[in-house]
Design a protein around this ligand. Structure first.
Ligand code: FAD
Ligand code: SIN
Length: 525
């Protein structure tokens, strides 16, 4: 099937690009599973933007760079932050019902921000944003939305290479999850917006499908990826034996929530960041929680906002309050047990300010990219913002250079002549679990070279097994994900071994100092 533009991903980045492109072109949007399956729908806290008279772009830029450990690209940071107010206007036009106070947008606060600057829809901002974008896309006759499609790989047309050893991208091969057939979707331009790789870790706030498919596909096609060692851990994921990945938004701390050691009762953040306490950037609070848990042999630490009036808590955090009540926890009366969990992939496919990747015909936006915005640690609520700004940038650039984009050539269909149905699904389950466990244990919040090398060794062993499996059996979504998880694990560990310093999210006991000069870890295929 041939389309004007193929967009892989129906989250904030993909749909923003699709809506902008659809003013002039026909767009096909593919999603793995449901159209709401990405992280966008799960976002809680909100979107950062300078909207208050007392706030400035300079302050937001500084906060972003401080959180990012100086690894951010200043031009990108300025580019995104200066476009934030317009992005919020656009979302208001699309009908996102942001909280307001006397007519003005209500601004909440999160860690690392020197001002209140987070617009939000209670504590379920992502769901409202996803719904508004989807509604606009569904109503647009130039957009076709196709759920249940797992892209396997990008179509690179290697027979007509025009980029230093890598193919021009002409679309993607996608497994139709219902029919089990792989369909070749060709397009003049492809936008990759397939989200992060959080599920490479045993504990993550990210949804089930966050398996780094976009990053792995782009890497295999020949695009550079950068800063993959910068995996962000959120300090406060609910600790519960049944519900493993429920986030307790940073806005709880923004509205006064405090962290306590449940055994000693100590409000311990004063030992780790006496000035900013619970509102220090995420890497610092996550490391503090991890340290307390390990030092005292705890299962969790306590996050407590019960000193605020019950009505205030219920009004600000209705979704979390209700969810916790269902689990027997009343956050208006007592503390919430929390642990750190993987939350965000700061690294990814390298893009420029036009959202161009290294590969002609391939643009990328959102969590699957490394644009230079987040550096060594993403500032809270800058991620959705990046999706809107770079989704739009990709669309604008594609439209601008449209006349120079050729029609796709003849491409050979997906070849299944040498594979059979798997009779050993257990291999997938076993390897999934193994990757996620060693990544959690060896490549977590605090790292050492020895542990990273252990992980690298495990990856080498698994690689042969997974590639052998991939070469012999028909693809399924589970197999596609396993292959991509392993690819991403390899990119993370390789990058972590290369960074011989501690900066932002990459903290290693073997190199505790920060180098005077900040350098990206760029991997070249
Ligand atoms: P996603 O929204 O993750 O969408 C990815 C899309 O790609 C999906 O449609 C998926 O189906 C599709 N896809 C993936 N693989 C394939 C494949 N192989 N084939 C076809 N399609 C594929 N950020 C903020 O700024 N503010 C917040 O308050 C906030 N809260 C968060 C809370 C949680 C619990 C989580 C997990 C994240 C939060 N984040 C927040 C981060 C933010 O939500 C994400 O970074 C952002 O939504 C990513 O958007 P995206 O469009 O890049 O990808
Ligand atoms: C949160 O609500 O704590 C998540 C915000 C973010 O990831 O930016």
């Amino acid at each position: 099937m041939t389309h004007d533009v193929l967009v892989i991903g129906s989250g904030a980045a993909g749909l923003t690009a699709a809506l902008e492109l659809a003013e002039h072109k026909k767009v096909l949007v593919l999603a793995k599973g449901k159209l709401t399956s990405g992280s966008t729908a799960w976002a809680q806290g909100g979107i950062a933007a300078v909207l208050d008279a007392g706030d400035t772009f300079d302050d937001h830029i500084r906060d972003t760079m401080v959180a990012g450990g100086g690894l951010n690209d200043q031009e990108t940071v300025e580019f995104v932050i200066e476009r934030a107010p317009k992005a919020i206007d656009r979302l208001c036009e699309l009908g996102v019902p942001f909280n307001r106070e006397e007519g003005d947008l209500h601004l909440t606060r999160e860690g690392g921000h020197s001002h209140r600057r987070i617009v939000h829809v209670n504590d379920a901002t992502g769901w409202a944003v996803q719904a508004a974008l989807l509604k606009a896309a569904e109503e647009n006759p130039n957009i076709t939305l196709l759920p249940n499609q797992s892209c396997v790989d990008l179509v690179t047309g290697r027979n007509q290479k025009d980029y230093s050893g890598s193919g021009r991208v002409w679309g993607a091969y996608a497994l139709d999850e219902e029919s089990g057939k792989v369909v070749t979707h060709l397009a003049r331009a492809t936008v990759l917006a397939a989200g992060g790789a959080g599920r490479v870790y045993l504990f993550s706030t990210a949804p089930r499908g966050a398996t780094g498919d976009g990053i792995a596909m782009a890497w295999r096609a020949g695009a550079r990826v950068s800063n993959m060692e910068m995996m962000q851990f959120h300090p406060t994921c609910l600790y519960n034996l049944d519900v493993k990945n429920f986030l307790i938004t940073e806005a709880v701390r923004g509205e006064g929530g405090r962290l306590f050691n449940p055994v000693t009762g100590e409000r311990y953040m004063k030992k780790y960041d006496a000035q900013r306490m619970e509102l220090a950037p995420r890497d610092i609070v996550a490391r503090a929680n991890d340290d307390q848990i390990k030092r005292y042999g705890l299962d969790y630490v306590h996050l407590d906002i019960s000193h605020q009036p019950p009505e205030f808590v219920k009004e600000h955090f209705p979704t979390i309050h209700e969810k916790l009540l269902g689990l027997g926890i009343d956050m208006t009366k007592g503390p919430i047990p929390v642990v750190p969990a993987q939350h965000y992939t700061c690294g990814g496919v390298k893009v420029d300010l036009d959202a161009r990747t290294d590969l002609p015909g391939l643009w990328a936006a959102g969590e699957c990219t490394e644009s230079g915005l987040h550096g060594a640690n993403r500032l809270a609520s800058n991620s959705l913002l990046e999706c809107f700004v770079f989704g739009e940038a990709a669309a604008k650039d594609i439209l601008l250079c449209w006349d120079k984009l050729d029609d796709p050539p003849e491409i050979l269909p997906w070849d299944e002549s040498r594979v059979t149905d798997s009779d050993e699904e257990v291999v997938i389950k076993q390897n999934w679990t193994e990757i996620r466990r060693f990544m959690w244990n060896y490549v977590g919040i605090v790292r050492t070279t020895k542990r990273l090398e252990r992980a690298a060794h495990r990856i080498r062993l698994l690689r042969d097994e997974v590639e052998d499996y991939y070469g012999h059996f028909r693809v399924t979504t589970d197999l596609i994900e396993l292959r991509n998880l392993l690819e991403c694990a390899n990119l993370i560990v390789t990058s972590a071994l290369k960074r011989q310093e501690s900066r932002g999210l990459h903290f290693t006991l073997d190199y505790p100092e920060t180098d005077p000069i900040a350098r990206d870890t760029v991997l070249v295929p």
